[in-house]
Design a binder for this molecule. Structure first.
Ligand code: PLP
Length: 384
């Protein structure tokens, strides 16, 4: 871990050894299928039930409102397709969906897919800091609106959305409201009552859990059409033998994340604020992308460096042992500018200069010092 400085925690986080230890027995001696009848399998069934209760407690939900999935992308797909198809099946007029133009592609491309299946989608614009307002959502609502989906915090620029206000508007209009909380989990409270959301997605590998497991909260009574048919798991809402080792990993990681949230946030905010202040002061023409704290995730710093290509900056930083990304990991490798920065009104040329640095619980003050020293050097070198 020490040969490089890892500042891409929004892309994924390292598995916590405590989490790995909790998972391990369920890969090996406790491999039983929770649906089998004999004692050791029924034991696993109880472990699964208790895992569900733990997630429900952190979300202030009921256990039977939690579905385990294969990750954030699946949770987002299930939320949008599951509700959109179920509502339209009951009332063919309900063919409209509201979302934003800065969602993760797991939501954006699912919305595009629903467009191909006869839905109309409104992609709300955002302001220069990447924020959508509750009044924009209110103005977009139509009698045909089947679903609203707005992310809790953005994965590229870290901007936090006014979810509670949007939730109040959705509830008043009687429209199911989904939030992609994948990036917010572990950093912000996920109380579904306080947030006034009906569906909420999380993914374990963004909070020091394993990859390939997530959860979707679906409020009781919300129309939902399963997208994976087969066995009766997850109360007939998502078929497939439960991935118990990973589910145990998700719960262990989520529990740790919420136990330590306040301390982690305080430490990360301090380090991140120092990074932002020093970069803005020492790199001529550096721009902070996204909202100012506290409307911003504690772990996120995202800059544009006018006149220097973001991908080139990444290479130079990697040469100095610093790993970070431009925009999001998922869009990396494509030469398109960030859809988030473009939606925020950036010129394409400026959007191409973006660099995202996302801190994690292992980030040290010494590492941030090294980055503060390296960044001005790298930018000066590349501007020569
Ligand atoms: C990472 C991420 C996802 C996708 O989650 P996976 O578990 O990697 O499929 C969805 N939404 C947001 C905001 C994310 O950051």
């Amino acid at each position: 871990m020490n040969e490089y400085i890892y500042l891409d925690n929004a892309a994924t986080t390292p598995l916590d050894p405590v989490v790995l230890a909790a998972m391990t027995p369920y890969f090996t001696e406790r491999f039983f299928n929770p649906s089998s009848r004999y004692g050791p399998a029924q034991n696993n069934k109880r472990v699964l039930d208790s895992a569900r209760e733990s997630v429900a407690r952190i979300l202030n939900a009921r256990p039977n409102e939690i579905i385990f999935t294969s990750g954030g992308s699946e949770s987002d797909n299930l939320a949008l397709k599951g509700v959109a198809y179920a509502r339209r099946a009951r009332n063919p007029k309900l063919n409209h969906i509201i979302t934003t133009s800065i969602e993760h592609h797991a939501v954006l491309y699912t919305a595009k897919n629903l467009e191909e299946h006869g839905f109309e989608v409104t992609y709300l614009p955002v302001d220069r800091e990447g924020r959508v307002s509750a009044s924009q959502v209110a103005a977009a609502i139509r009698p045909e609106t089947a679903l609203i989906s707005v992310m809790l915090a953005n994965n590229e620029v870290g901007t936090i959305q006014p979810i509670t206000e949007i939730g109040a508007i959705a509830r008043k209009a009687g429209i199911p409201f989904h939030t992609d909380a994948v990036q917010a989990a572990g950093a912000l409270p996920l109380d579904v009552e306080a947030l006034q959301v009906d569906l909420l997605s999380i993914s374990a590998h963004k909070f020091y859990g394993p990859k390939g497991v997530g959860a979707l909260y679906i409020r009781r009574g919300i129309p939902f059409e399963p997208q994976i048919q087969g066995g009766e798991q997850e109360r007939n809402r998502r078929a497939g033998t439960e991935n118990l080792p990973e589910i145990i990993g998700l719960v262990a990681a989520l529990t740790l994340a919420y136990r330590d949230m306040t301390d982690n946030n305080r430490r990360l905010t301090e380090l991140r604020d120092k990074l932002i202040a020093e970069v803005l002061e020492n790199v001529p023409g550096a721009i902070l992308n996204g909202a100012h704290p506290p409307q911003r995730l504690p772990s996120n710093a995202n800059f544009c460096f006018e006149g220097v290509n973001g991908e080139t900056i990444l290479l130079e930083l990697e040469n100095r042992g610093i790993l970070c990304s431009s925009g999001s990991a998922c869009a990396a490798g494509s030469s398109d500018p960030s859809h988030v920065l473009m939606a925020m009104g950036y010129e394409e040329e400026l959007a191409h200069t973006a660099v995202r640095l996302t801190l994690g619980k292992h980030t040290t003050p010494a590492e941030i010092e090294r980055v503060i020293k390296a960044l001005p050097e790298v930018i000066a070198l590349l501007r020569e």
